[in-house]
Design a protein around this ligand. Structure first.
Ligand code: PLP
Length: 462
């Protein structure tokens, strides 16, 4: 029998449209517009398959911390593949990259931590943290303490549980999320939109802490298990917390014995100007989840770092049942672990935190200088090497454009023409989270290209 004839498709774009289902994409629009095919990368830049160069203003997905070329990481991966390409960590099996990386993460943790568990993505790390919290409370004899509080506009991932924690409509609509009745969302700590007229950051933070306390009391403190938070909210719009926010939130959590899970998937490893976002905001978490910059995103790996209190609960439960029935085939994959270990060594050698403080201060100043006065920009915000500018239809009224006008995506498209890859978030907010290795002159070029795109957008909107 002759196989059915397959249509001949030559270009990458045609073959992509024919075969690929893209994450975070309007599939109908994609069928018309096609993909941007990225062919190679070097430093903070990438090139498409037509040879056009772009500065990556978001390091891919806030993740390519060492940029798009690093032979040392490639060699470590190759050597590890030759030595031991796979082994697992189930039933107490281990290997050196796993042991070395765990020791290094415990040494570097922002507060006293006990053990590290590995997964492959931020979503899986947060799913794991949720399961740990539930398991822990069952093990310590508090089976009713299961509800989890996160914030509206939080981004914690897209699996069923982590997607339930996420507080963004696009991640819930038509997916039937949040699932069950254990996920509760409180207000976004974004002073620009959330504060009442004349309300100081500190007063706004007091009000949010009161809301958290009221929520815990309404639900019953005996039912509330954990609070999940990104130190700086990323994909929801780069919201830097108002002054005193985390101090006041942590006081409430301590009062009602609610665990703090810090989602460091974006903030971890220098992004906010400290090794951890927790250090930037004096957070003492019980559990930390991290991914992305953990391996500079050369390979997928995420980690869940837990304190001794949580570990003791998991250990008791596992000895009662006979096992802790959780783990992924690729938990602590040796090649990913070896690459992550080398990544952390490179951060030390580059003095990455110092670099972020220096270049981050320049980036924040440059963005404000170029965009704060722009008629389309309502707010420029950020810290370290993470920032955003929010586009508005009415600056005085802080009024966003209608989503149907797709102003953010239009700017991203104009950015491509100018040679900068931008990421538009909800509310036409444009994120900046470049590779941590970006230098000051590359920041200037990124801002300049973005500025030209924004001016072109202003002409279009006239
Ligand atoms: N948590 C935060 C703060 C994130 O920014 C992300 C992804 O952007 C995730 C979790 C989910 O990570 P992943 O996409 O690897 O599942």
């Amino acid at each position: 029998m002759t196989p059915p004839a397959t249509p001949v498709r030559n270009s990458n774009a045609e073959r992509d449209i024919a075969n690929v289902l893209h994450p975070y994409t309007d599939h109908r629009a994609h069928a018309k517009n096609g993909p941007l095919v990225i062919a190679r990368g070097e430093g903070v830049k990438v090139w498409d398959d037509q040879g056009k160069e772009y500065i990556e203003a978001v390091a891919g997905l806030w993740c390519a911390s060492l940029g798009f070329s690093n032979h040392r990481l490639a060699e470590v991966a190759y050597e590890q593949m030759k030595k031991l390409p796979f082994y697992h960590a189930f039933t107490a099996k281990s290997h050196e990259p796993l042991i070395d990386l765990s020791e290094m993460l415990i040494e570097r943790a922002p507060c006293a931590m006990s053990k590290v568990f590995y997964a492959n993505s931020g979503s899986e790390a947060n799913d794991t943290a949720i399961k740990m919290v539930w398991y822990y409370n069952n093990a310590i004899g508090k089976p009713e303490k299961k509800k989890i509080i996160s914030r509206l506009k939080a981004y914690h991932g897209i699996t069923i549980a982590s997607g339930s924690l996420t507080g963004l409509p696009a991640n819930h609509k038509m997916f039937d999320l949040p699932v069950g009745d254990r996920f509760i969302h409180v207000s976004t700590p974004h002073h620009y939109h959330g504060a009442k007229p004349g309300e100081s950051e500190a007063d706004f933070a007091t009000r949010l802490a009161q809301e958290l306390e009221d929520t815990i009391l309404r639900e019953g403190p005996e039912t509330v298990a954990a609070f999940f938070a990104e130190p700086v909210m990323g994909a929801g719009g780069v919201m830097v917390p108002p002054a005193t926010y985390f101090d006041k939130i942590q006081a409430v959590l301590r009062k009602y014995d609610v665990l703090f899970v810090a989602d460091e998937v974006i903030c971890g490893f220098g992004r906010t100007g400290n090794y951890w976002g927790c250090q930037t905001y004096s957070i003492t978490p019980d559990i930390i989840t991290c991914a992305k910059a953990l391996s500079a995103s050369f390979l997928p790996i995420s980690a869940v770092i837990i304190n001794d209190r949580v570990f003791q609960g998991l250990a008791d439960g596992s000895s009662t049942i006979g096992t802790w029935g959780h783990g992924f085939t690729y938990s602590g994959h040796p090649v990913a672990a070896a690459v992550a270990l080398e990544t952390l060594k490179i951060y030390d050698e580059l003095n990455i935190v110092e670099h972020v403080n220096k270049v981050g201060a320049h980036m924040q100043a440059k963005l404000r200088e170029r965009f704060e006065g722009h008629p389309l920009v309502g707010e420029v915000r950020g810290i370290g090497m993470v920032a955003a500018m929010e586009l508005v239809a009415d600056k005085g009224a802080k009024k966003n454009f209608e989503p149907s006008a797709k102003v953010g995506p239009r700017l991203a498209k104009l950015g491509e023409a100018e040679g900068v890859i931008l990421r538009g978030l909800a509310n036409d907010t444009i994120a900046f989270s470049p590779p941590l290795i970006m230098k000051a002159d590359e920041v200037d070029e990124m801002v300049e290209r973005t500025g030209r795109a924004l001016d072109a957008l202003a002409v279009q909107l006239r």
